[in-house]
Design a protein around this ligand. Structure first.
Ligand code: 13P
Length: 249
């Protein structure tokens, strides 16, 4: 019922030329796949060129952030209205690297989410605990708080445009992935929170991606878990063969 969604977050990798060449190669390899959503999130500066390279493709393009206003005196910020005009489908919000290096907060994610939705875009909202939080038994509390903050004031009707990404910070870029069971446990917990805040139908429909050292070698086991509906991939999304293998899991 829930269509799998495999997304590559390119972070600050690849020049514009490299991004375009890569997108074209991916497009060739992944042509015709319709039973899962395929998303790539290049750097902002490569976004327009990558969209151009992917006209009529089954690969959708995301950005790694967007502002809570459509225009204004916000030097360096990116308007979701421009992204919509360009053909962007998804916006990643609340990534732990934004939280860590750019002081992103749940409150800001929430404002951004509302504006992204208002512009008719979809969002991938990231949550996840640090190693210290996990080791001190706070994982559920942390996830609950993040989700509560990010989804504040978001109505039931908007849930279909939201994907949640569970990305434990300790598993990002470390080569140390959560075991499929560990990940599924948190996914099931998140689904329970959605059921509590909305209803069980919404909880059954919302897609939850896992992110953190997903690779061709572990994607199949992760995707086999009942509450894991997709993957948000950093490092292993940067090579054509590797991303292809992830999409085909
Ligand atoms: P890695 O796949 O490199 O661990 O990164 C995960 C991530 O942060 C995706 O958003």
């Amino acid at each position: 019922m829930r269509k799998p969604i495999i997304a590559g977050n390119w972070k600050m990798y690849k020049t514009v030329a490299e991004s375009v060449a890569f997108a074209k190669q991916l497009n060739e390899k992944l042509k015709g796949i319709q039973d899962r959503e395929i998303v790539i999130a290049p750097t902002f500066i490569a976004t327009a060129s990558v969209i151009d390279a992917l006209r009529f493709s089954n690969i959708q393009v995301a950005t790694q952030d967007a502002h809570w206003e459509n225009e204004g005196a916000y030097t360096s910020s990116i308007s979701p209205a421009s992204l919509k005009g360009l053909g962007i489908k998804y916006v990643i919000l609340g990534h732990s690297e934004k939280r860590q290096f750019d002081n992103e907060t749940d409150e800001r994610v929430n404002r951004k989410l509302k504006n992204v939705l208002k512009n008719g875009l979809k969002a991938i909202v990231c949550v996840g605990e640090t190693l210290q939080e996990r080791e001190s038994g706070k994982t559920e509390k942390v996830i609950e708080n993040q989700l509560k903050g990010c989804l504040e004031g978001i109505g039931l009707g908007d849930l279909a445009s939201i994907v949640i990404a569970y990305e434990p910070v300790w598993a990002i870029g470390t080569g140390k992935n959560a075991t499929p069971e560990q990940a599924n446990e948190v996914h099931a917990f998140i689904r329970g929170l959605v059921a509590k805040k909305y209803n069980s139908e919404a909880a059954g429909n919302i897609r939850i991606q896992y992110g953190g050292s997903v690779k061709p070698e572990n994607v199949k086991q992760l995707m086999a878990q009942p509450d894991i509906d997709g993957a948000l991939v950093g490092g292993a999304s940067l090579k054509v063969d590797s991303f292809e293998a992830l999409v085909r899991f």
